[in-house]
Design a protein. Structure first.
Length: 247
């Protein structure tokens, strides 16, 4: 499977090949990338989705769920398996982290012929551009063999149909910064923060006011320029992670 990423006006087009016939599918991704390729924000599933269909007397039930990390992905698979103890197969695939973090990709055919279940499921997850998502497809065997192509279509198609039902919510990978201001600067600074996609995590009042901000990377440069202009360079954003590493 080959994945290529192109960035143009904050949209990602991902191209991937589903099987040996190299069926080309191009989708507009939900992820937004920095110029150097790092994901800054992406969409995740909001609620669990279930899609069920019967194919040649086999019953296929597809579950899609938000899972933050591989541990949660495996726990979700175990939960679905416990829910269907009499099924024949419990195949799964996951993009457990950001859409481009291949270390967080995983899949299993769970006893089906190699490459007929988990991989096509993963291909559709990758094509969706979503992150932190796991698919589990439960199969109750109906006594009729589907063949390799039939299995690929059944497992991949179930995920494809379930994805059409997914409600998305945006997740921003914010960066934490520290900022220290005088009391007479605080009101102006609050208004400036409110004008940007910034979350005020913490504020401590002592001789000065110490703030911890979670900043959307897309907003960082503009916000930094504005506080420099508004306060004549007297306020400085400090990367909280670097500060912690040197403390």
């Amino acid at each position: 499977m080959k994945i290529y990423f192109f960035v143009q006006y904050m949209q990602l087009f991902s191209t991937f090949f589903i099987n040996k016939r190299s069926i080309l599918q191009i989708r507009v991704s939900s992820s937004i990338y920095a110029a150097f390729g790092e994901v800054m924000e992406y969409f995740i599933p909001q609620e669990t989705v279930i899609f069920e269909e019967e194919i040649k007397k086999s019953r296929f039930i597809t579950y899609l769920c938000h899972t933050d990390g591989m541990e949660q992905a495996k726990a979700f698979w175990a939960e679905i398996k416990a829910l269907h103890p009499h099924a024949r197969h419990w195949c799964w695939a996951t993009v457990a982290g950001t859409p481009t973090d291949s270390q967080q990709y995983g899949f299993s055919d769970d006893g089906e012929p190699s490459g007929t279940a988990g991989k096509p499921m993963l291909n559709y997850l990758l094509g969706s551009g979503l992150g932190e998502i796991t698919a589990v497809v439960v199969r109750y065997y109906g006594g009729i063999l589907l063949g390799t192509g039939g299995l690929v279509k059944a497992y991949g198609g179930g995920v494809q149909q379930a994805l059409l039902q997914v409600e998305k919510q945006r997740k921003v990978l914010r960066q934490n910064y520290r900022l220290v201001c005088e009391y007479d600067q605080f009101n102006t600074l609050q208004h400036l923060i409110a004008e940007h996609d910034i979350v005020l995590l913490e504020q401590q009042f002592s001789e000065k006011i110490h703030l911890t901000l979670a900043v959307n990377p897309n907003e960082l440069e503009r916000f930094n320029q504005q506080i420099t202009q508004r306060f004549a360079g007297k306020l400085v954003l400090i990367d909280a992670e670097n500060l912690a590493n040197h403390s």
